[in-house]
Ligand binder design. Structure first.
Ligand SMILES: [Zn+2]
Length: 364
């Protein structure tokens, strides 16, 4: 039989075992809890990592777009710098006023009269005519040494265009810094014969107005400092020319449809504008250059067509005109082609007024 002591011992033993078990259970619980929390933590970290990974492309995108922005701005700035540079080069070329004076040279008399009207009152402008005023037309002209000298230091050269200045390339070679104005640039009403354009456009007042406009606009562009002067002068001159054209139209209406022989090609434009049925002969502004054969043909045709008008320049020889006139009983009209004359600003207008008076005198 177990004694009381032994019983108590075993009782204690049981209690200890129970406690140990409880402890073990608790430890297990703790461990399990720890495991779960560490698993959770790990999962959280994994999640965060994944989130981070996902965030990275966004960050990259933001970086790329920022980069593109900077590059675009840099390109824009570069383009702007280039544009400003080019503009400056042009401006420097255009305002070649090394001595503070804009030197304008015109090729011949009609261009000189246009320029004279436009530069009136402009500051620091020097106007020179290249060819001698009495040279007349330039369409067969050979450059002289003094002409080249005048153009050598020019800033702006004003030409008629349409082949009138056949020597233009030589002038540009001499001075490639100057700006060349082609006054015919916007003239649409041109007359061609055998693929050759008649360059004497200014005898049609509407064409002349276009020439004035073109020269004025280009002067404004090349010499900014006087732009307002050129603009005001252009308006004033054109208003005078428009009045002249109206007078021309009203007073010379009766000439429409009449037949005429034109012995000076400069009047081909004026004759067409008048509505004349023209027979134009190429004479290089000198009717005496007509051959006997041509003269006979002209007379024969004029007889059958009952031509009563012959147009010549008042400075022409008139020997052939007289021969034809005697044969067909026609009236010789000695007109002013505006190729030579006084240096008066109104020289063109006066020449045209003179022509209107002569043309008005046509009898039948
Ligand atoms: Zn000519």
């Amino acid at each position: 039989m177990p004694n009381k002591n032994e019983e108590a011992k075993s009782e204690n033993e049981k209690k200890r075992v129970k406690l140990a078990n409880k402890k073990a259970k608790l430890e297990n619980k703790k461990l399990k809890q720890k495991e779960t929390s560490s698993k959770n933590k790990k999962a959280e970290i994994e999640n965060k990592k994944a989130e981070n990974k996902e965030a990275k492309p966004e960050e990259l995108n933001a970086k790329t777009s920022k980069y593109i922005k900077y590059v675009s701005i840099a390109i824009l700035v570069l383009i702007l710098i280039t544009i400003i540079g080019v503009l400056n080069i042009n401006r420097n070329k255009n305002i070649n006023k090394d001595d503070g004076v804009t030197k304008i040279v015109t090729s011949f008399y009609p261009m000189y009269i246009i320029a004279e009207n436009l530069v009136d009152g402009a500051s620091n402008v020097e106007l020179t005519n290249m060819a001698d005023v009495n040279v007349g037309c330039l369409h067969n002209y050979t450059l002289k040494t003094e002409d080249i000298k005048k153009v050598e230091n020019a800033d702006i050269f004003i030409s008629n265009g349409l082949g009138m200045e056949s020597f233009i390339n030589k002038l540009i070679e001499t001075n490639n810094d100057m700006d060349v104005i082609d006054s015919s640039a916007n003239v649409k009403n041109t007359i061609s014969d055998d693929d050759e354009v008649n360059p004497h456009i200014w005898t049609n007042i509407d064409n002349y107005i276009e020439q004035v406009k073109t020269v004025a606009e280009k002067l404004k562009e090349y010499d900014h400092t006087n732009a307002k002067v050129y603009e005001d002068n252009k308006k004033e001159y054109i208003s005078k020319l428009v009045k002249l054209k109206n007078k021309f139209n009203v007073e010379l209406k009766k000439l429409q449809g009449k037949r005429a022989i034109c012995l000076n090609e400069a009047f081909e434009y004026m004759g067409k504008d008048l509505g004349l049925q023209l027979t134009t002969l190429k004479t290089d502004h000198e009717e005496s250059t007509l051959s006997a054969e041509t003269l006979k043909n002209v007379i024969d045709v004029a007889k059958t067509q009952e031509t009563k008008i012959i147009l010549v320049d008042k400075n022409d020889n008139k020997s052939n005109a007289q021969t034809i006139a005697n044969e067909i009983d026609a009236q010789i009209l000695e007109l002013n082609s505006g190729l030579a004359g006084s240096l008066d600003k109104d020289a063109y207008i006066n020449a045209m007024e003179e022509n209107i008076e002569k043309l008005k005198s046509v009898e039948n």
